[in-house]
Design a protein around this ligand. Structure first.
Ligand code: 0O2
Length: 228
């Protein structure tokens, strides 16, 4: 028969085994957690650059080049799903090599002109390299999606190294963001009836929004010109 002492010893062994397994899991997760921390730092760097430009514009010209900034780190589940979908290995090295949108920043501007001005001011800074540019404002997607997408390379300064990180920055007007947010919500609803009609209605809304954006831009230009 098992003595009380033996039962206690078994329990302690089991707990030690679980703790060992947790340590192993933590050790395996550490490179991933580190990489996520580095992407977070890269987001902070780009956000700071944008906020500096905002502060300068407020002071010098009494206006703000953007309305708001939203940033996000891609979730582990989305990272995993994207690597699998594209047939890449599921490793930390593969994330860095193949994914450019782990660190994402969305900059919402009032007017289309602000987007190009802000993108130009940001990308001409000498520590930033533009790796890729997709201008879905000049050339919208067939469904009507509009935004300016940049993939930037930006250095972060860690205690023992300087590391280059990729950050995706999406620039949109408030109107483009309104359209993209609603379209995103609708797109993921399954079994929608009259899908074709819905697609064409969304495209029509996108066209109206484009007109509105440029009308508002014209009004601002007129007001600016009348001030001089
Ligand atoms: P999430 O959750 O926003 O991150 P790739 O990223 O290279 O696999 P693609 O299409 O070449 O795919 O990249 P692209 O065109 O630069 O678009 C990437 C992101 O732009 C998407 O990220 C969306 O945020 C946004 N986007 C692109 N097209 C559309 C669209 O038709 N509608 C809406 N609402 N958003 C769009 P994710 O990874 O899809 O999602």
């Amino acid at each position: 028969m098992e003595t009380e002492e033996k039962r206690e010893k078994k329990k302690v062994n089991k707990i030690e085994q679980i703790l060992d397994e947790d340590q192993d899991m933590l050790a395996e997760a550490k490179p991933f957690i580190n990489l996520m921390m580095q992407y977070k730092c890269a987001i902070m760097e780009v956000e700071t650059k944008l906020k500096v430009l905002d502060a300068e514009f407020s002071q010098e010209f009494n206006r703000n080049p953007f309305e708001s900034i939203k940033s996000r780190l891609k979730s582990p589940a989305s990272i995993y799903e994207k690597l699998r979908r594209k047939g890449y290995p599921i490793t930390v090295e593969s994330i860095e090599e193949h994914l450019a949108d782990v660190a994402g920043i969305r900059v919402i501007c009032s007017f289309p002109d602000d987007i190009y001005q802000l993108a130009e001011l940001l990308t001409r800074q000498d520590d930033i390299i533009v790796l890729e540019k997709k201008d879905y404002i000049k050339k919208p997607k067939p469904n009507g999606y509009r935004s300016l997408h940049l993939i930037l390379d930006i250095p972060i300064f860690l205690s023992h190294e300087k590391k280059h990180m990729k950050v995706e920055v999406q620039f949109r007007t408030i109107a483009m963001d309104f359209w993209a947010s609603l379209e995103h919500k609708l797109k993921y609803k399954k079994n929608v009836k009259d899908a074709e009609e819905i697609v064409s209605q969304l495209k029509a809304c996108s066209d109206s929004i484009e007109q509105l954006d440029y009308q508002m831009q014209e009004i601002r230009n007129k007001i600016d010109a009348s001030k001089e």
